[in-house]
Design a protein around this ligand. Structure first.
Ligand code: AMP
Ligand code: FE
Ligand code: FE
Ligand code: ZN
Length: 282
């Protein structure tokens, strides 16, 4: 089995990249993709550990795009290496924008009367680059401004709440083009996060397939067998690879394990070969 969706301390996961690889081996995975938000910085250390342990490390990342429908559109990117490529340049811009958003978010929370500092949030993230809203949520809980992570999003951080600050985003087709120009494959992550289902979801999936997507994340840690089946049907209909992964984050999503998800995840080895066959020029 394999796991094509994990997060480390490079973004909002709680385990270092090397530890993700160790957890994959412990779970019995033959391959694991590291898919941190907006960054390939964990790929080097993860690959070194993977080579030592004899497991395949698939380079990856996850990009939050302009929403479609009512929810978010997240895109998983595979096979793009850190180094000069159109996508890597764009990731750099996204990280600068994230940093500016984070600084503005601290100011906004302070103006709302929350005693929070940038250093507090960075301390939670482990590095300045890795800071995301989940770290703000944890800090809000720590200072008593929220009761839980969910409560922090509901009161302050979610879209439409008082401390929501936009950051610049690409569209799904933008990402597809950048990824193909960089030699990689784009995959629609956790499709139900779009808030769509049925014909409305099928229409969006069809448009993304048309724009160059290679896969759809059908076997997802938190999806039911029925949902996985509906997404598998969409994959067949639009000639996309039905991929899968846990979306492991460590402490912030304690119900999910690398490779195993909630215990019922099992992404077949062959999916990796199918995905590789979608690389430009493959
Ligand atoms: P950021 O990229 O810094 O804006 O943070 C986005 C991350 O925040 C997502 O990947 C989720 O892990 C988390 N997130 C977004 N909305 C919520 C929510 N309503 N409840 C819990 N976590 C959320
Ligand atoms: Fe995340
Ligand atoms: Fe995501
Ligand atoms: Zn993710």
């Amino acid at each position: 089995m394999i796991d094509l969706h994990t997060h480390s301390t490079v973004s909002d996961g709680s385990d270092p990249p090397e530890r993700i690889v160790e957890l994959a081996v412990e779970a019995g995975c033959s391959a694991v993709a590291l898919t941190d938000h907006d960054s390939l910085a964990g790929i080097g250390p993860a690959r070194t550990r993977a080579e030592a342990l004899g497991v395949t490390l698939v380079p990856g990342c996850e990009i939050s795009c302009h929403p479609v429908g009512v929810g978010g559109l997240h895109v998983l990117v595979y096979f793009v290496e850190d180094g000069g490529s159109p996508l890597v340049g764009e990731l750099g811009r996204l990280r600068v924008d994230r940093h500016e958003r984070n600084v503005a978010l601290v100011e906004r929370l302070v103006s709302l009367g929350v005693p929070i500092t940038f250093d507090m949030v960075v301390a939670r993230a482990g590095s300045e680059e890795g800071v995301g809203r989940p770290h703000f949520a944890a800090a809000l809980v720590a200072v008593g401004a929220a009761e839980s992570i969910e409560d922090a999003f509901d009161r302050y951080l979610a879209n439409g709440r008082p401390a929501y600050i936009r950051k610049s985003r690409l569209s799904g087709p933008d990402v597809a083009r950048l990824v193909r120009d960089s030699g990689g494959v784009a995959v629609l992550a956790h499709p139900y996060s779009t808030g769509l289902e049925g014909p409305a979801l099928a229409q969006v999936v069809g448009e993304l397939a048309e724009s160059g997507f290679g896969g759809i994340e059908a076997i997802y840690g938190r999806y039911s067998p029925r949902q996985r089946q509906e997404l598998g049907n969409l994959a067949r209909r639009f000639d996309l690879v039905a991929t899968g992964g846990s979306d492991y984050h460590g402490d912030s999503k304690p119900d999910l394990g690398v490779g195993t998800g909630r215990g019922d995840l099992k992404v077949p080895d062959r999916v990796l070969g199918q995905l590789e066959a979608r690389r430009p020029g493959a």
